[in-house]
Design a protein around this ligand. Sequence first.
Ligand code: ATR
Length: 294
Amino acid sequence: MIGMDPMRPEGDDRRTPPDRRRAGVIGWPISHSLSPRIHGFWLSRHGLDGSYEILGIEPERFHLVFPTLPGQGFAGVNVTIPFKEWVLDYATRVTPAVRKTGAANTLVFADDGTIEADNTDVAGFLMNVKSSAPDWSARAGPAVVIGAGGAARAIVWALLGEGAPAVTVVNRTRSRAEDLCRHFGERVRSADWQGLDGALDGTATIVNTTSLGMTGQPPLEVAFTPDRRRALVVDIVYNPLKTAFLAAAESNGNPTVSGLGMLLHQAVPGFSAWFGVRPEVDDGLWEAVVEGLQ
Ligand code: ATR
């Protein structure tokens, strides 16, 4: 376990001073995370006395360790695999985004002992797209979401909320896409992986939520043609910053949005709640985080 001592006895001198707020990310395994860089940048920008720590918790110890976090000075945590659903057992309040996606990535521990759970990928996706492509409107036409994991759920929900008339979910494992569609109702339908190309005609928004294109993975290959030039093309992969999928869309003349901004924007609500300052996603943050990409 890295950076925490859940068994620290009451009265121990090394206890966190009461004004010093702690936050972090819980998960297992957590080998590399850009979140400490994001929150560390904002803490120093705003001159705040706080910390953002990587908290690797072995799954067998989760139920022992998790309830001790508020007592150790944590104002809240981000949550990653495999705990995004597990933490819901402890949530006193959940946002509509959590209800609809079934997963939380941000928890706020209130002083009265309550725990609020949010899925900030929904807002993070929309903030990223709107700030990078201000002319985009989900209402302009159907959307295609490639992939059917947790990120896809958040993005389908975000697109529906923005008024996308229809969303087609295309996934390698069709049954996962079908599960997702059942969950969201009639505006969402699934298509086979082989049906990806056909699904792209006439779309206003195309989003990759799979890990294809990530460093070390094969690229996501899509035929961008002049008649598809209108579609906004979004990748949630951020390493590399410009995937082959985005580069192909860009050469075709499509507007494109890269994935790093979603990671940055999804961090804003947590930081605001934990440290009491709403931070900016600006060029300084962008540069600090890009430096951390391996
Ligand atoms: P997350 O919660 O981050 O979205 P996930 O649940 O592991 O992650 O989902 C990863 C997505 O990438 C899935 O849609 C997965 O497809 P399957 O459901 O068929 O596993 C997709 N994916 C990963 N590797 C892929 C590959 N080589 N080809 C096509 N899709 C792939």
